[in-house]
Design a protein around this ligand. Sequence first.
Ligand code: DAH
Length: 341
Amino acid sequence: MKQRIDAILADIENLKCKKEQEIEEARVRLLGKKGEITRLFEEFRNVAPEMKKEFGKSLNLLKNAAAAKIEELRNSAEESNEASGASFDLTKPGDSYPLGSRHPVSIVREEIVSIFRKLGYDVAEGPEIEDDWHVFEALNFPPEHPAREMQDTFFISASDNPVLLRTHTSSVQVRAMETMPLPIRIICPGRVFRNEAISARAHCIFHQVEGLYIDENVTFADMKQAILLFAREMFGAETQIRMRPSYFPFTEPSAEVDVSCNICHGKGCNICKGTGWLEILGCGMVDPNVLEASGIDSKKYSGFAFGMGVERIAMLKWQVKDLRNYFENDLRFLKEFETAY
Ligand code: DAH
């Protein structure tokens, strides 16, 4: 019996069949009802009791080795069939792909855009690689303004009109004023770049939405109303806004806008640092110098502009404290927004 077991074992090791039919024949020959191994199990009954332990063990090993070899041959036959497309089973169910979800930054950007679309704003876009004229010069930045320094801006080439990565989407206003017919009412979502060390509160790449409205007789009160409507759509109908005087080279007068804290409703909490207010955007009346630089008659036309950070609005909306979450694309974080829209 020992010799027969060894002979079958050697036979199994040398099995090389590739076709499914041959593999099935080998299985029947070894493990089928009348197969060689099955027959050995029948003969096992007649083995002397003192030999049963040893033979029993080798027989079981033999049976397992045969089953494993058949399985291995079947798998490799299947793989090579798939690779060659030989027997592609069209009736097999397809592999299902997990469905992705929208990125929280996209969700908020689209929400901002859709609110302003309802107010009659069109979407305008401009290049991320810009020149000094559209990012700084036409927006009334004085030559020695710190934003023009290497430590704040990524420059690509130096010349009279250096090429750089735009540091804000205000550059799109300039392109719009240069090319679009008046009146202009646009919203400009886009990616911006600043030479900042990455931390929980700052990143070198982020997103902004810029707004611009130019027509005859546009007033500060119009701007305040547009921003109030936006704030209530975004943060809830009870939201209050307040404006603080500020400075931007391209607007005069300029303001920073805060919304009443949507967590504590003005009572003071750790999100609003006890003040009851959260800063959301910068805005102002377009400086006459900026209108004139783009060829618009500042005696006839006036306008307002505003700009906000998309990640900042998203952080306030969902109380995410670390900005880096928005860039690391950790699926566990992104999945939390699956049902946000
Ligand atoms: N461009 C400004 C920034 O990046 C944001 C901004 C402030 C835009 C005031 C405006 C504005 O249009 O009027 O910080």
